[in-house]
Design a protein around this ligand. Structure first.
Ligand code: SF4
Length: 215
């Protein structure tokens, strides 16, 4: 029998096709975007990214006065907090001369630990950076993944890493798969498995328990 998580992936991929994430021009833009998107939607992030556009070089952002940075990213919400987080991230990034290639050479576990140690970078933000900027095959556990897996009928661990490891145990260590899986789950949560789900035409209907209590 085909492993369960692979089956979810296959069905979503067949329905939505490749998502080719993350929506960013460079790994640096991706990483800043992943901090800006905390507790907000992508529309608000997009506005902030447009304002940041003329300054989008690591050295410039690193040396930008924090108050001015906060104003530029105002549309993303919690802008003073996020400006501090970006500054903390830049301090770490500077240690590698802002060179993502150098950082990619660090092994997954060590790099993940280093990212989580940066002020304001939680496990979810660290993991999206690991997948989309540093090309490490890791499963991102977000609220959408939790909602969809619960409704499908899986009793997943409540801890972030418990959930992540259980999925990773079953899937091959392929970057493309993890890159696409997170993007597909986000797309599915937006199109069908919304807070109020649209089950009738859902591509996962035949494998879903439709446990619809909010999770
Ligand atoms: S059938 Fe309904 S509850 Fe199940 S995954 Fe689809 S939209 Fe979500």
């Amino acid at each position: 029998m085909q492993p369960a998580y692979q089956l979810i992936y296959d069905k979503l991929f067949e329905h939505y096709g490749p998502q080719s994430w993350w929506p960013a021009e460079t790994p640096f833009e991706m990483m800043i975007g992943s901090i800006l998107v905390q507790n907000t939607n992508w529309r608000n992030v997009d506005k902030a990214l447009i304002k940041l556009g003329p300054y989008f070089e690591p050295e410039i952002i690193d040396h930008f006065p924090i108050e001015d940075l906060a104003q530029l990213i105002r549309s993303s919400g919690f802008y003073n907090i996020k400006a501090k987080r970006i500054k903390a991230f830049m301090e770490w990034f500077r240690q590698y001369d802002y060179d993502t290639k150098r950082i990619k050479a660090i092994n997954n576990t060590e790099l993940r630990k280093a990212l989580i140690n940066i002020h304001g970078i939680g496990k979810e933000t660290a993991d999206v950076m690991l997948v989309y900027a540093f090309e490490k095959p890791i499963f991102v556990v977000d609220a959408y993944a939790r909602r969809i897996f619960y409704r499908l009928g899986y009793n997943m661990p409540t801890s972030y890493d418990g959930f992540r490891k259980l999925v990773e145990k079953e899937l091959p260590e392929e970057l493309t798969l993890y890159n696409e899986f997170h993007a597909l789950l986000v797309e599915h949560a937006k199109q069908f498995c919304r807070s109020k789900p649209i089950c009738k035409e859902c591509p996962l209907l035949d494998i879903c328990d439709q446990r619809l209590e909010l999770k």
